[in-house]
Write a protein that binds this ligand. Structure first.
Ligand code: AMP
Length: 279
């Protein structure tokens, strides 16, 4: 496995390697099995797979969230080696952002609802870093998890906006046995908190299973109440949105496919999850 920290070095390597297909997986480290599932998806479709590890300061709207973000670089490298990843790119912020200029992206509704509303500037930071990675690595394919569904939609919109030919592939949500969506942030939860946090998935499952007998208002009330009665939880939002536009809806029949989205703080650890309701 090749490890690069410098833009010029990885670019030299990629020029020499000259492959037809390069798959890219962007991560912020603290790797877990969900990240590895993205790597495996890339490996199955490309000659070369690159994984980046970069905790992108531009996508954190709260300083403490950035400071508390878990880091485990040695373990991450070992996991990637064991997964036979070809190339790891671990740039510094200086390598990524040699210039001071700050771009501004607008993605319509995607820049306004749910994650965008609750984390101002977050998707602008995501768009900046992904555009930069595409510029440096010039991948043919890029893999993103559906756990961050709105991010996946933003990245698809970004590639259109910048006329990029990178094929964006969404990968299914990878869960713990108890249903909790895997996340680097789970490392900050105790065993008890993890068990409690699995109730987020259970409440989403209830919503999904009761779509035929309940109105959206009733399902929202149910979800809000489930979160409110758990003293560990602080609900940021719960929405049922159009799967294609991500516009929150208030009545069934407004769209053909729906996804329920939520963000919940579990004693200070911010977790997101989603579930497709009608396919
Ligand atoms: P992160 O390191 O959190 O930025 O995640 C890197 C990539 O892994 C993103 O595309 C995430 O959507 C994806 N990812 C993280 N957790 C999961 C999960 N539980 N299931 C599927 N993809 C995930």
């Amino acid at each position: 496995m090749q490890i690069f920290k410098k833009v010029s070095e990885i670019q030299d390597y990629l020029t020499k390697f000259n492959t037809k297909s390069v798959g890219f997986v962007a991560t912020m480290g603290a790797l877990h099995q969900a990240h590895i599932s993205l790597i495996e998806m890339s490996q199955s479709e490309n000659e070369l797979t690159i994984c980046s590890i970069f905790v992108n300061p531009k996508q954190f709207n709260k300083e403490e969230d950035l400071t508390n973000y878990p880091k485990s670089i040695e373990k991450d490298i070992k996991k990637l080696q064991e997964a036979y990843c070809d190339v790891v790119f671990i740039p510094s912020a200086e390598e990524m952002y040699p210039h001071q200029t700050e771009k501004e992206f607008h993605f319509g509704v995607l820049s306004e609802v749910m994650e965008a509303k609750h984390r101002p500037g977050h998707f602008n930071g995501v768009a900046i870093v992904i555009e930069r990675f595409f510029e440096i690595l010039n991948p043919t394919h890029a893999y993103f998890g559906e756990k961050d569904y709105q991010q996946l939609a933003v990245i698809k919109a970004l590639t259109k906006k910048i006329n990029s030919s990178v094929k964006i592939i969404g990968c299914p949500i990878y869960r713990e046995e108890n249903g909790l969506a895997m996340s680097s942030r789970n490392k900050r939860l105790s065993e008890n908190q993890k068990e409690e946090a699995s109730k987020i998935n259970k409440a989403l499952t209830f919503v999904s299973e009761h779509k035929n007998s309940h109105s959206i208002t009733q399902l929202k009330e149910y979800f809000i109440n489930e979160m409110a009665t758990n003293s560990l939880f602080d609900l940021e939002y719960f929405e049922i949105a159009d799967k294609n536009t991500l516009e929150p809806i208030i009545n069934w029949n407004e769209a053909t496919s729906y996804i329920a989205f939520t963000a919940v703080n579990v004693e200070g650890v911010r977790l997101i999850d989603n579930m497709t309701i009608i396919n």
